[in-house]
Ligand binder design. Structure first.
Ligand code: GLA
Length: 712
């Protein structure tokens, strides 16, 4: 039973396989947080709704642990909901009016004490993954308009501890998803995006522990916000040692007009608890994403080739055909033509918005290339950036009012381009029709949807009065809607979300995006860190990693082909090299890695991920995947730079069955799961950029040997 109701206490327990999350109504009628942690056994184990302590200057309601945290009365914490009514009242006091349970969903209805505003706190339980999805619905039931000034998807109240530590992801273009862990002191730590997209600088993922958790042990509270635009997560630690995490749409420059009868629905925020450390937290998110978020979660992702780093804007029918031939020989399954195939797109100064095939580069359209690619046994994929125009484009010359701008003020360009205002219905129609036509008239199986600048001057001059600041949400919702409609009409087409690398990676767009372009940084060493951070929040199936050429453009580093492949084989493998530059030996070697990848792909893409050795702690990084059936494990080991002649230290795998035997596929050595986990794998990795993949295969017929050994 995922939701246990305790009517005599007006309380509910959301129960997952290993956790309980309890809420209840207090004497005043407010919905209070009661408990979140390990499963409890007796009704009396849960605290009551009225047991908060009072402090001088901070009466009970001043340190309220309300689930929705309305801004009113004496609620001083980061608001969960802030509303201005037509008579300019800015006070919101929510009282319980009813609860509805349907299977795994609980909806608690609340109503403002005096005004006609109905708020529904929504909860959905994902038992297997110990996760709860939360969101808020706000309905204007009165006859005058109201304005929402802040609406968070969830307020998470953590148990009171003496120390809290926040884990989050930060970075920048070319250095996304860098992991940070820091102690929270009194005050607020805010991670946010105010740039129109999810952003490279922060990612809407969080984890909190009490200062003592590690990869495979310790209490961790974690989660993520499913939204691809204007968001913030606020970790607020009070001087009374409480911690609340507010996650949702950013209130900065946000205002939503709620007319009588209208409902505003927030995005979803998912949160969970584990007693088994960061690794378990990640595995829970990974599994949930695969089962409940990704629309093609159960499908293995194809090995792709992408033309970007090989030919940049200089794509044409002939050079793409030559690359396609070589890609097919390597074992590539999907060939993707990147930027440069449309309009007057010879560099990044022109063409965006003009989505017709460039006839100089493709005299007979894309069909001959697509036919050739499919005749070679590969899918065909294409790059688009539909939310943009270059000022130097036919589209912009015809519709200069289609971009975000303030009248009479300059329009700042980023990468020589401007952002289309997706809040406008005519722009939505243009974007949908453009893609619909492209997909209807070509045999395209894959779309890489890019977005290469942040918003600026976010004006919407023709908006209905009072709706101008809704663009931050309307843009994202329109984008989701376009993707949804395209996917309904073209269900076989897979989508990749890209924004100058990993600028739009989150669980909101993940409902539509089968995979993400993780970073424009394809340096295999840097990638170890980027991918390490990424794995905390998102599964490996969604993480696209290309093998590109050496010297890599990012750091000028030379890395052997083996290391580059191994690094990219930890997610969805792609090839981004100019294949004409490879020697016959390198072609053969590369084909070997691709064949090996196909063998281990189900384990890497769908298995349980264990992070064994972090890139920043030593000269060795190691990540392991255990197949869902438990029958095999794949361990990736990377030696960055040997020093002082030290041997590589042993890597200790996790997640094996202690009493089953496993054979090292390469050496033939057999040990028990415990034997491998306790003693570790000792590898001869020397010099710079050495790497290995170790496959441990479970040996059947285990019982005999263990029993006879234990008897001795
Ligand atoms: C972005 C993407 C790249 C490539 C270029 C094309 O930078 O991240 O992979 O598609 O755009 O202009």
């Amino acid at each position: 039973m995922p939701i246990i109701s305790m009517p005599e206490r007006k309380a509910w327990v959301l129960r997952t396989n290993h956790t309980d999350y309890a809420i209840g109504v207090d004497e005043s009628g407010a919905l209070q947080h009661l408990y979140w942690g390990e499963k409890l056994s007796l009704p009396d184990d849960y605290p009551g709704a009225d047991c908060r302590q009072a402090w001088i200057w901070e009466p009970e309601d001043g340190i309220s642990r309300e689930e929705t945290m309305p801004w009113g009365k004496r609620n001083f914490a980061e608001p969960g909901l802030k509303v201005e009514f037509a008579d300019r009242t800015r006070d919101l006091v929510l009282h319980f009016t009813g609860a509805h349970i349907e299977n795994d969903t609980l909806r608690i209805e609340l109503q403002d004490a005096l005004k006609s505003l109905q708020v529904t706190a929504c909860y959905r339980v994902f038992g297997e993954f110990d996760l709860i999805e939360r969101s808020l619905e706000v309905k204007n039931t009165g006859d005058a308009p109201a304005n929402i000034e802040q609406a968070m998807s969830a307020i998470w109240h953590l148990p009171v501890y003496s120390s809290y530590r926040l884990t989050y992801l930060t970075g920048h273009w070319g250095a996304e998803t860098q992991l940070r862990r820091e102690t929270l002191h009194e005050g607020k730590k805010i991670i946010e995006a105010r740039r129109g997209i999810t952003g490279h600088t922060s990612n809407p993922f969080f984890a909190v522990d009490f200062g003592d958790a590690a990869e495979e042990y310790g209490h961790v509270y974690f989660g993520g916000l499913a939204f691809s635009g204007h968001w913030k997560i606020v970790a607020e630690r009070t001087p009374y040692q409480t911690l609340q995490l507010a996650a949702g749409i950013h209130d900065f420059d946000f205002r939503w007009l709620l007319k009588p009868g209208e409902t505003f629905v927030t995005p979803v925020c998912v949160g969970g608890f584990t007693a088994d450390g960061y690794g378990d937290a990640s595995r829970k998110l990974h599994g949930y994403q695969q089962e409940h978020v990704q629309r093609n979660g159960g499908e293995l992702r194809k090995v792709l080739y992408n033309s970007w780093e090989a030919t940049y804007f200089d794509v044409n029918e002939e050079n793409q055909k030559r690359l396609a031939e070589k890609a097919a020989k390597l074992g590539v399954e999907r060939f993707v033509v990147d930027d440069g195939w449309f309009g007057q797109r010879d560099d990044d100064t022109a063409g965006l918005g003009d989505w017709h095939v460039n006839r100089t580069k493709f005299p007979n359209g894309l069909k001959p290339l697509i036919d050739y690619v499919t005749s070679l046994g590969m899918d065909f994929g294409i790059w688009v950036e539909p939310e943009m125009v270059n000022p130097d484009s036919e589209r912009y010359r015809q519709h200069p009012d289609w971009v975000y701008h303030f009248p009479d003020r300059p329009r700042s360009e980023g990468r020589n381009q401007l952002v289309l205002n997706l809040a406008r219905e005519d722009v939505q129609a243009f974007v949908f029709q453009t893609l619909d036509e492209l997909l209807s008239t070509h045999e395209i199986s894959f779309v890489k949807w890019d977005m290469n600048r942040y918003f600026s001057e976010p004006g919407w001059p023709c908006a209905e009065a009072g709706r101008e600041r809704e663009i931050w949400v309307r843009h994202v919702n329109a984008l989701y809607d376009i993707w949804r409609r395209l996917q309904e009409k073209h269900p076989h087409v897979q989508f990749e979300s890209c924004a100058g690398g990993g600028g739009r990676v989150d669980m909101g767009i993940m409902r539509f995006a089968d995979q993400f372009w993780t970073s424009d940084n394809t340096d295999a060493l840097d990638r170890l860190r980027i991918q390490w951070g990424y794995s905390h929040a998102y599964n490996s199936k969604s993480m696209v990693c290309w093998v590109t050429e050496t010297v890599n453009y990012m750091n000028g580093r030379r890395i052997p082909l083996k290391f580059r492949f191994h690094s990219a084989m930890m997610g969805t493998l792609g090839i981004g090299m100019n294949l004409n530059h490879l020697t016959p030996q390198e072609i053969e070697e590369a084909a070997g890695y691709i064949a090996q990848y196909k063998q281990i792909r189900p384990v890497v893409q769908e298995g349980h991920c264990y992070r064994l050795s972090p890139p920043e702690h030593s000269d060795l990084t190691s990540v392991q995947y255990v197949g869902r059936d438990g029958l095999q494990a794949v361990v990736f080991v990377f030696r960055h730079a040997q020093q002082f002649g030290h041997p590589a230290f042993p890597v200790r795998p996790c997640g094996l069955e202690p009493y089953m035997r496993y054979r090292n596929e390469e050496t033939g050595e057999v040990r028990s799961g415990q034997g491998w986990m306790s003693r570790g794998i000792q590898l001869k990795l020397t010099g710079d950029y050495d790497s290995a993949i170790v496959r441990l295969l479970q040996v059947q017929d285990n019982d005999k040997e263990f029993h006879s050994f234990e008897k001795n």
